[in-house]
Design a protein around this ligand. Structure first.
Ligand SMILES: NC(=O)c1ccc[n+]([C@@H]2O[C@H](COP(=O)([O-])OP(=O)(O)OC[C@H]3O[C@@H](n4cnc5c(N)ncnc54)[C@H](OP(=O)(O)O)[C@@H]3O)[C@@H](O)[C@H]2O)c1
Length: 407
């Protein structure tokens, strides 16, 4: 039996969400390896209360608005551990007791906590892709300065990571990417996309698709924002930028291929013609278990992959006419500077408007494109400037939304 001293203490940000719950499921299976020192939720009081009663963390995050409800829902010995609001989430990200921080918050709300965790030299397991899109270079710089470790948990990026050599993995986890030094052995990487619920929907029908249809993902069960992003293919666009950041590759060395079975999550193409692929069930517990126990392996709880039953694997090029979000993301990656942050902010506003049934599915890329055309700020050089670009892009997106889509 492993002694308790070797246990890894984990703070889970976004514990009440899809990534958070998958993380806790892996941790639950390995009490000898992991313990939960912190749990962060936001609006879901019932769920964070249940999880807190189970894991008894030393810090419990929740929004300011829900603080008193959570206080009432918890016994007094746990209620004293509540750290409310954004400041509380940042304290959680820097929690001394935690060596690992799982970044499972959705959207740009995760930026400051990730920044805090990296500044504190934590091992940060990144599922929350939007902050990497907004300012990945800045986050990597902070990580390098404080010797923080970055491990990709987004399934495609974790898949790429698993196809790398030990030295390349060290480069990525230390925020240098794969091409640092003399190693130029990778010619490109390919990220796969399931294609989402509208893979076969004719262009003419996309204007009528509903929120309920967009939220019905054929493969993955995830939070609402990422599920809509998967339907527009913006998720793959964000992942393309995320891959450029994590692996230090230009956008033209990152390919996207539609693979409806979602068995192969990514491929790494090497100079000698070898292509390494990562196969796994579409179950987030697999990349999470990999990153939590890295460089060891533990059982994730996922069912074993039966390659006979998945012998029919299809691949096709994405349809950029029906799914222009992917092209917009590639444009933003190519432009660099502030543009990925502008793209991300406009997308968050557009997805929120779609989820609130204020705009149609096909208006999402139009709104983003208009914001990108209108707003070209200078490249942000610190966190405050990134947050300022994000706020300004949101304001412009709201104006465009009112003027163009709701008049
Ligand atoms: N789900 C997946 O399979 C998957 C796969 C790869 C990557 N990702 C990425 O992982 C991230 C999380 O995705 P998800 O699907 O797990 O999202 P989700 O189910 O919507 O969960 C989001 C989590 O963030 C919390 N949260 C929301 N706003 C917050 C704030 N301002 N401060 C602190 N916490 C806040 C939520 O708390 P409440 O629910 O309590 O409000 C919830 O715990 C996203 O960036 C996504 O792109 C997800």
């Amino acid at each position: 039996m492993t002694a308790d001293i070797n246990k890894r203490n984990v703070a889970v940000l976004g514990a009440t969400g899809s990534v958070g719950l998958s993380t806790l499921d892996v941790i639950r299976q390995h009490p000898e390896r992991f313990s939960v020192s912190g749990l962060g939720g936001w609006t879901n009081v019932a769920r964070i209360a249940t999880l807190s009663n189970e894991f008894r963390p030393k810090m419990i995050g929740v929004s300011d608005v829900e603080e008193s409800s959570l206080h009432q829902a918890l016994p007094s010995d746990l209620a004293k551990n509540i750290v409310p609001g954004s400041a509380g989430t940042e304290r959680l990200a820097q929690q001394e007791a935690a060596s690992i921080v799982v970044a499972g918050i959705s959207g740009s709300a995760g930026l400051k906590p990730i920044f805090s965790a990296l500044s504190s030299g934590k091992t940060v397991l990144i599922a929350n892709k939007e902050p990497l899109v907004m300012c990945g270079e800045l986050l990597k710089e902070v990580a390098r300065k404080s010797n923080a470790v970055l491990l990709p948990v987004d399934s495609e990026h974790n898949a790429v990571f698993q196809c790398l050599s030990e030295d390349q993995q060290a480069g990525v986890s230390q925020s240098f990417g794969v091409t640092q030094g003399p190693d130029r052995s990778i010619t490109k990487i390919t990220l796969t996309a399931s294609g989402g619920p509208f893979l076969r929907t004719p262009a003419s029908d996309l204007k009528n698709v509903t929120k309920t249809e967009a939220l019905r993902h054929p493969i993955w069960k995830m939070g609402e924002k990422i599920t809509v992003d998967s339907a527009t293919l913006m998720n793959k666009g964000l992942e393309l930028i995320e891959a450029c950041r994590l692996f230090d590759l230009p956008q033209h060395q990152v390919d996207v291929v539609v693979h409806p079975q979602s068995v192969i999550h990514a491929l790494v193409h090497y100079l000698d013609g070898s292509v390494l692929a990562h196969l796994a069930q579409a179950d987030m517990r697999i990349p999470i278990a990999h990153a939590l126990s890295y460089p060891d392996r533990v059982d994730s709880g996922a069912t074993a992959l039966d390659i006979i039953s998945i012998s029919n694997l299809q691949f096709e090029a994405p349809d950029l006419d029906r799914f222009p979000c992917l092209s917009l993301a590639r444009q933003a990656a190519e432009a660099g500077g502030a543009m990925p942050a502008v793209l991300n902010a406009a997308n968050e506003v557009a997805v929120d408007a779609f989820l609130n049934e204020k705009i149609r599915f096909i208006d999402i890329p139009s709104l983003i494109s208009e914001v990108m055309d209108k707003f070209l700020p200078k490249a942000p050089i610190n966190l405050d400037e990134v947050l300022s670009v994000d706020q300004s892009a949101r304001k412009i997106a709201c104006k465009v939304l009112k003027k163009t889509f709701q008049s």
